[in-house]
Design a protein around this ligand. Structure first.
Ligand code: UD1
Length: 419
């Protein structure tokens, strides 16, 4: 298993380019199952999750090819409607094939994803939303079995409560080929969801309300293949900006979309960072210790739960006490104990973390517990005195493309070792 060895402290400075967004490319890949033909997706990041999803599509009968950042998916010979447990347990987003297979093939059988490192992650809204559109769904022996009873889904109305990225994408994909009209309320409006809406419209779907919380979908008989360029990864970009705040550095992220990061940029400014924005780049620099902050995670356009761990790392070396309230996943704090191994002072009380900033962190062996938690540990390693080794970096490979190369180019002393 690979681990990272990091030598600190360093000051990260320079320019880095954002890759395509993991959370945008996965639903686009699933949407290719709504058509028979060759879909083309560009600016695809070379991530483990992308390869895992390609394997799943191949198992269903598709032919996927990733050359550089261009992914082609040929769905002319789909012969299976089954996403087995062995696959879904590797990547929860596999559940995205449920809606498209149901809509296009009239049936799908997808393993229940189960929980993850920071607690339960239900899919009840995916199931209830599809039922509201006329699907018959049974959950037995760990599998979701959905059918449209030999005809097209009828369409219908459904309100997501709470707002859910995955359920909005999945139910919308099941609605685009329905024989009727669907109204979805309280939809997630994360940029990755909006990209899917736009991709489906581009392929011939009739959807009103892109970028808003209410989507009206008039089902069509067929769609053209998907043809999209993946939007920049706002979480990867945000992680590099946070790395500048963490190391008192000066980092410019190019090829990003600053409009997608407003809530994070507000927090970084509140922490004392200087932020310079152009149309497609953000520069973050700071001199001196970060200022403590109050952070509450919310669905987009609020502060993203996927940036919570990284900001906690910065808060751990701030000049005073910060609080972080996690409203999306109340138990998503596994990184706190690992940060404490480096000398951070963090207390968790329910969904609230209290972080007393310390003067120095010291290197130690730590564990990556999930994707974003691992990013927080890498940032902390750059600030800590001496050597920090991070085990289980397969988590980070799920969502960050060539992260050690990108960080080394900013001056990070980081190497991957295989043990
Ligand atoms: C997506 C992102 C993930 C991010 C999360 C929240 C992808 C591949 N993953 O995950 O990186 O952390 O959004 O921004 O895009 N919920 C239910 N029932 C459901 C579905 C969700 O109660 O059927 C709840 C969840 O427990 C959570 C909230 O809704 O409290 C939001 O979760 P959701 O937006 O669905 O997260 P994912 O789509 O799984």
């Amino acid at each position: 298993m690979d681990k990272f060895i990091i030598e600190g402290p360093v000051r990260l400075e320079g320019t880095v380019s954002a890759s395509g967004a993991k959370n945008a490319v996965l639903p686009l890949m699933a949407a290719s199952l709504l058509t028979s033909g060759v879909s083309t997706i560009s600016n695809v990041p070379g991530l483990r999750d992308v390869r895992t999803f390609m394997m799943l599509l191949d198992m269903l009968g598709a032919k996927c090819e990733l050359v550089d950042d261009l992914l082609t998916i040929d769905t002319t010979r789909i012969h299976s409607i089954v996403a087995p447990y062995d696959h879904v347990k590797k990547m929860r987003a596999s559940v995205y094939v449920l809606g498209p297979l149901l809509a296009f093939k009239g049936e799908s059988l997808v393993s229940l994803p189960g929980g993850c490192a920071w607690g339960p992650r239900p899919v009840n809204l995916h199931i209830e939303g599809m039922k509201a559109l006329g699907a018959e769904i049974d959950v037995t022996e760990g599998y979701i079995h959905a059918t449209s009873r030999g005809k097209r889904l009828s369409g219908g109305s459904y309100r997501f409560e709470p707002s859910s990225v995955g359920a909005t994408c999945n139910v919308m994909m099941s609605a685009v080929l329905a024989d009727g009209v669907t109204e979805l309320q309280n939809c997630a409006i994360e940029p990755e969801v909006t990209q899917l809406v736009e991709a489906l419209i581009d392929a011939g779907a009739k959807i009103e309300g892109a970028g808003t919380t209410t989507l009206k979908i008039e089902g069509v008989e067929s769609l053209n293949p998907i043809n999209q360029r993946v939007i920049p990864d706002r979480i990867e970009a945000g992680t590099f900006l946070t790395a500048a705040a963490m190391t008192r550095g000066d980092v410019t992220v190019e090829n990003c979309c600053p409009d997608h990061m407003t809530a994070l940029l507000d927090i970084l400014k509140a922490m004392g960072c200087d932020i310079e924005i152009t149309e497609d780049s953000v520069r973050c620099s700071i001199s001196g210790k970060p200022t403590p902050v109050e952070v509450v995670t919310h669905p987009y356009p609020g502060f993203a739960t996927d940036m919570q761990a990284q900001v906690m790392a910065v808060a751990s070396v701030a000049d005073g006490t910060s609080h972080i309230t996690e409203t999306i996943y109340p138990d998503r704090f596994t990184h706190a104990a690992e940060l404490c191994r480096l000398g951070a002072e963090i207390r968790i009380d329910g969904a609230i973390a209290t972080i007393d900033g310390v003067d120095v962190l010291n290197g130690a062996p730590v564990m990556a517990t999930d994707l974003r938690a691992s990013a927080a540990m890498v940032l902390a390693g750059f600030t800590a005195n001496g050597e920090t080794s991070i085990e289980r970096v397969y988590h980070i490979d799920r969502g960050y493309e060539r992260i050690e190369e990108k960080l080394a180019a900013l001056g990070g002393v980081i190497r991957r070792v295989n043990e």
